[in-house]
Design a protein around this ligand. Sequence first.
Ligand SMILES: [Zn+2]
Length: 398
Amino acid sequence: MAAVSPVPTGPVPHRLLTLLRDTGPLSRAELGDRLGVPRARALAEIDALIATGYVREAGPASSRGGRRSTLVELDPGMRFAAVDLGASSIDVEITDGRLEPVAAYGEPADIRSGPKVILRRVNEILAKLRAEGAFTSLHAIGIGVPGPVSFRDGVPVSPPIMPGWDRYPVRDVLAREYSCPVVVDNDVNIMAIGERYGGVARSVDNLLFLKIGTGVGCGIYLGGEVYRGTDGCAGDIGHMWVDDHGPVCSCGNVGCLEALFSGAALARDALAAARSETSPALAERLAANGTLTARDVADSAAEGDATCIRLIREGGRRVGTVLAGLVSFANPSMIVIGGGLAGLGHVLLAEIRSVVYRRSLPLATGNLPIVMSELGPRTGVVGAAVLASDLAFGSQER
Ligand SMILES: [Zn+2]
């Protein structure tokens, strides 16, 4: 595929491109004002970006008095691919330069099939979207994977639920295939970035994003950026110890948070409740469908099934206890709950809130909203698109 122009470098082009991404077309005069550099310098930078094809002129701006200025906008043909690999799903979105979705596609997939199978499927999905006209070439790709990532090397590192992926060169394989820069991050980190960019946490600089899905993880967004930790596994709270008497976790330890409460744990508990007849609603669903998932627990709870409500409450308490510790540690100004199990709804949210507000220091929770993700299933792809565009728009360093 044809490569796009080289990535611009320097703080001014980066600010200029992100301004156009986040606010839309601006006049040359406004851009000059907002960049805070001398007018001649701003105009020269704009011209240089027009020459690369990243931006273009879009007609006259409305007059501010005096000479008319010209509107400048991102090239309408600019495209990013955002890929969110979950434990059991692939979601792909193609966006324009302003991160508006141009096309989207999602399907179930088992991450344990390994990198060759999963990335081949990603390639097939992208080929299909390209054939449908969503893009001709890509300016950058952002991809999230459900495990620890070396952000610098663009590879998963010892991911517990991703056999075959350890140090697989995800970034380099995709970069070669699409002749564009690629950024790889942990799936919960991209969700935190997505919610912060376009969701309920817009412009919040200290944010915890709690994902409750097949597993449990936390995106840590502090001081205006994601904190990834030394080895890329910061926020891997699913394996924090919560109970000596808990079940054995997939990681081999006993009593991890996600062994007690997660999509997988809830499905296991639902099966036990159905077989022991403590939940008539679950027994009925098991008889009808032959299997049970966290969704069945949510639906039965909504119908008033006491056992299901208790399972969700207990889970909320476990999560709340861990979150209360994180609140005391990081003093965030917002907590966002997302992931597949966010659908457990108000029972879960109420329980988490009550534990966090009771167990954290009053100063840390005095004004702390704990809210559901606004972007829902799109959170990950939105964050992946933000990372892709940040990469395409070049380094902030001179
Ligand atoms: Zn564990």
